[in-house]
Design a protein around this ligand. Sequence first.
Ligand code: FAD
Ligand code: DHB
Length: 390
Amino acid sequence: MKTKVGIIGGGPSGLLLGQLLDLIGIDNIVLEKHSREYVLGRIRAGVLEHGFAELMREAQCGDRMDAEGEIHDGFYIAEGGNKRRVDLAGHTGGNSVMVYGQTELTRDLYEAREKMDGNIIHNVEDVKLHDLKSDAPHITYSDGTDTIRIDCDYIIGADGFHGVSRKSIPADVLVEHEKVYPFGWLGVLSRTKPVSPELIYAKSDRGFALCSLRSQVLSRYYIQVPLTETAADWSDDAFWTELKARLPKDVADGLETGPSIEKSIAPLRSFVAEPMRYGSLFLAGDAAHIFPPTGARGLNSAGSDIYYLYHALMDHYKDGDDTGLDSYSEKALARIWKAQRFSWWMTTLLHKLPDNTSYENKLQQTDMDYLFSSEAALSSLAENYVGLPF
Ligand code: FAD
Ligand code: DHB
């Protein structure tokens, strides 16, 4: 087989790029390790930057998002029995975020690819990347019986943190930066009315908690837990009791509980691999970087990579201009590192940090006090949360 752009990974990054490229007539194939049902079974991110939502519209995948997603122009930070609002719109000249789940967004992308007869091959095995530094790069994979070869101009590694693409860059070229946090988030999805119309990020002596939502009848809650625990250790009752204990009393009193329909633990990790380009291979999304979920940067940063790649490939194929491809790694990483700084800061501000000294705990408290005493600090939080410009 032959195509212009071979995309490894059918998560949001790979699907969005495939769709955008197809719309401007750039031939591509997406290779996905799992079935569509498996990909859609994963409950992940829920908050989209304005820029990501715009990219979904450009990909002609924004209709359901605009109809069913919720525009949020603020959120709350709770601490010590109180909650204080961060006015996103007020601090950013009217900017906001869209609350719309990654599962729904991925479903919309699959449906759009289907309508356009997009080429997505599921259940591929043993994907390998070849001759990345040559002018004849290619991918091979097994369909369970035969080995199939795809020749392409460019390969996009959008296969997530555990994918094969990043590992195909020689170890003496790739530099990896990592910080692993000694806790995770236990997440519960429940068919209950959200406790608050806007998200609540809660700092408490018992650990962090987040009240989020997918719709007015579907809630998503998280609590910080030690890495030694598993989702099976937590009954629904134990989860609701602990969540309530971490929220201001008036919020806890209004919390509607119910059976969980999904419960899982995500460890918190910060990770960046550099460079994001090696020959004809370009890394995008979780394949190149991981964010602790606190600032909702993971999916959004995947979106900014796709924005840069889409424009770079468009310039290459339409105008023979390679500036975007040549500057991709540098440009994408500059934004990624700012998002890393923000997610690290927000994680450090809001979690119970078991290794902290009393000095560091005092600084953490001062950071919070400063935030709500300074319009400049609130503006900095707001401009990062809604997403820095591409
Ligand atoms: P992925 O979504 O990981 O997609 C990569 C795809 O590649 C997968 O479908 C995978 O099956 C496929 N693949 C892997 N290996 C191969 C291979 N060898 N060949 C072919 N295909 C392959 N972000 C937030 O902002 N908020 C959150 O609350 C949040 N929660 C998260 C919870 C979990 C458990 C995880 C893992 C991530 C979470 N994230 C969250 C991050 C966010 O979901 C990711 O940033 C986003 O999914 C990145 O999209 P992606 O397409 O780059 O990678
Ligand atoms: C959600 C996840 C996040 O990491 C976040 O910061 C906000 C919302 C969510 O899953 O709804």
